[in-house]
Design a protein around this ligand. Structure first.
Ligand SMILES: Cc1cc2nc3c(=O)[nH]c(=O)nc-3n(C[C@H](O)[C@H](O)[C@H](O)COP(=O)(O)OP(=O)(O)OC[C@H]3O[C@@H](n4cnc5c(N)ncnc54)[C@H](O)[C@@H]3O)c2cc1C
Length: 219
């Protein structure tokens, strides 16, 4: 079985305890959650204290890449260390009849693994391209490429997508049946992530048109 088709591993720490029916074990669902996300949160113990940082990311097969300043303390601390990365989509606010039963519709991924600062220059270049294109597909090729100095100022962290869990909640509030007769509105307020109209930099030369990759991202 290759990594493309293997189900997500079920290790003690990736086994959901509550609402186990919301676990998704298909690796394709993990990829969908990651590919649809914009940022992740990296959790790492740095100098003895836990820190959780939001960062951009990109994916290459079953490897996740994060990037940051080469002076980023959390990245340096993460090198060779066990870390946890999460990606969360909020799909709806679930308003129940009782305060207790309020919830959120979501898709979320939790990934555990040993992170590594990428040293190979080709892999670093490829990772930065993936991270850039993850946010705006086609942007890497359209923008100026990094200089040697800019590459040196950038750290790239890799994390294998080997040990991960995905949890998905959909649907309506789960109220106590005794509450169904209450005069309280119940239902779901859907959440969608949308991009607004692109706003050109005031310093942009007038003859430069809106490129297709920005228009495509915004539509
Ligand atoms: C947007 C959002 C809001 C939430 N709000 C709340 C809240 O207010 N209160 C609350 O108790 N819970 C909330 N949750 C659910 C929460 O993330 C946990 O799933 C839950 O608290 C604990 O589940 P558990 O006991 O199975 O997890 P644990 O037993 O603590 O975790 C066991 C393992 O299950 C996996 N796991 C647990 N949760 C997730 C997840 N969400 N996604 C992917 N893998 C997971 C991890 O691998 C974890 O190591 C929220 C989730 C999301 C996405």
């Amino acid at each position: 079985m290759n990594a493309e088709t293997t189900p997500l591993s079920s290790t003690p720490r990736t086994t959901l305890r509550r609402h186990r029916e919301r676990a998704q074990t298909d690796r394709a669902v993990l990829r969908e959650v990651l590919d649809a996300g914009l940022i992740c949160h990296l959790g790492v113990v740095a100098d003895g204290d836990p820190v959780v940082l939001p960062t951009a990311y990109g994916r290459d097969g079953d490897t996740l890449y994060l990037h940051g300043s080469s002076a980023n303390g959390a990245f340096l601390a993460a090198d060779g260390q066990r870390v946890c990365v999460t990606v969360t989509h909020m799909d709806g606010l679930v308003a129940a009849r009782s305060v207790f039963s309020h919830s959120v519709n979501y898709r979320s991924a939790v990934i555990f693994g040993t992170a590594a600062v990428v040293k190979d220059e080709d892999e670093r270049w490829q990772a930065l391209r993936l991270i850039t294109d993850h946010l705006i597909p086609g942007r890497w090729a359209a923008a100026r490429q990094p200089t040697t100095k800019e590459m040196a100022a950038t750290a790239v962290l890799s994390l294998p997508l080997t040990e991960a869990s995905v949890k998905v909640r959909t649907g309506m509030p789960i109220d106590d049946p005794a509450d169904h007769d209450l005069d309280v509105w119940a239902g779901v307020l859907p959440i969608e992530v949308t991009f607004g109209e692109p706003v050109p930099d005031p310093q942009l030369r007038e003859e430069i048109p809106l490129p297709a990759h920005i228009r495509d991202r915004a539509s």
